[in-house]
Ligand binder design. Structure first.
Ligand code: 2P0
Length: 346
């Protein structure tokens, strides 16, 4: 090892799944392939200072304050990476992390934070070994390492569009890392907007790990995994041909199926709230009345992601401000869009 002390920093975005990952096998292997848009304004910025030491040590700060629960998760992840990055155990890590979105926004931050951490680790690795990776190899490895921290994080590594999980869409697809498909997107999807309506900003009532675990006994699991595979193909075809309507119909089907799966799990969870349903109703009515391609999706929580082409931003913004923002917690919504993926901070 040449370097005794190395600082690295990366900014990495969150992503919104079009076809959802819900259900996994051991070691973060998904039960079905998933596809996502990479976001732009919702990101984590992480600074890692590594010093070679006798013994492993971690100091973790979230928004300049020590954060024990996230530190424990990162420590566990770093120990589990020993097989792939043995140098970790002889390092003192000082990590500062912050998100561009408020912690209380109810947005899953594991995708942005675990991908930012993986990028920092792969960057450290190449400097420690004095062997710069080819760009493609670097991002593949970062996606692989991200997946071990949080499944959905492996999709955040790539610009615009990512596919994770073995699928007949693409010969290079893998259960072990995501691949970027941004350059296959039709021009109709180059400027997709994602307006995130914060219906409720409190913590999720079901953790992702419990949600994935509940799929093991869900009576509809087998048919769900088959439908998800087919939906990946449908969505991919719509994305490359520029068919916003076909894309939007599958987007909504996926979101409602994810919530239906949780409703019929044992124990069961209802993660939407009355205002989520009112918003969905208004969105569908607006689409029909105005003839505009505005569709919705949800994560495993009550917040609504409004997905539409950038070209119709003005009328949609007016609709959000008059009809949807009043349904949000403190009228709060996040004005995001499809993004170019992670960036190294110098
Ligand atoms: C997704 N979600 O595809 C789905 C849709 C939430 C709803 O992936 O246990 O935090 O860390 O692998 O990635 C959330 O699960 O789960 C998730 P882990 P993760 O985005």
């Amino acid at each position: 090892m040449n370097s005794k002390h190395i600082n690295v920093a990366w900014k990495s975005p969150s992503n919104i799944a079009i076809v959802k990952y819900w259900g996994k096998k051991s070691v973060q292997v998904p039960c079905n392939p998933s596809i996502s848009f990479t976001l732009d304004k919702s990101f984590t910025e992480m600074h890692v200072s590594f010093t070679q030491a006798e013994k492993f040590q971690l100091e973790f700060y979230f928004e300049d304050k020590p954060n024990k629960s996230f530190a424990r998760r990162i420590e566990k992840h770093l120990f589990e990476l020993d097989k792939y990055m043995p140098w970790i155990k002889s390092g003192h890590f000082l990590i500062h992390s912050k998100n561009s979105f408020p912690h209380s926004a109810g947005i899953a931050s594991s995708a942005s934070s675990m991908s930012a951490l993986a990028l920092c680790l792969c960057d450290l690795e190449s400097q420690i070994n004095s062997s710069p990776f080819e760009a493609n190899d670097f991002f593949n490895r970062a996606s692989f390492i991200s997946r071990l921290g949080s499944g959905s994080a492996c999709r955040s590594i790539f610009p615009k569009l990512a596919l994770w999980g073995k699928s007949n869409i693409h010969t290079l697809s893998s259960d072990l890392y995501a691949i970027g498909l941004g350059n296959e997107l039709n021009s109709a999807f180059q400027k997709v907007n994602d307006s995130i309506l914060i219906i409720n900003s409190t913590e999720k009532s079901v953790s992702s790990s419990l949600g994935h675990e509940l799929m093991q006994t869900n009576p509809y699991a087998t048919s769900r995994y088959q439908v998800a595979k087919e939906n990946c193909l449908k969505v991919y075809n719509a994305l490359v041909t520029g068919d916003f309507e076909k894309f939007g119909n599958t987007l909504e089907e996926e979101a409602l199926q994810l919530h239906a799966l949780m409703m019929c799990s044992s124990p069961s969870f209802i993660l939407m709230q009355p205002n989520s349903l009112i918003a969905i109703d208004k969105i569908r009515k607006f689409r029909k009345d105005q003839g505009l391609p505005v569709y919705f999706t949800l994560d495993a929580g009550p917040n609504i992601h409004l997905i539409y082409p950038g070209e119709i931003r003005e009328p949609v913004k007016a609709f959000i401000e008059s009809e949807l923002a009043p349904l949000c917690d403190g009228n709060y919504w996040i004005d995001d869009q499809i993004g170019e993926g992670p960036k190294k901070i110098n």
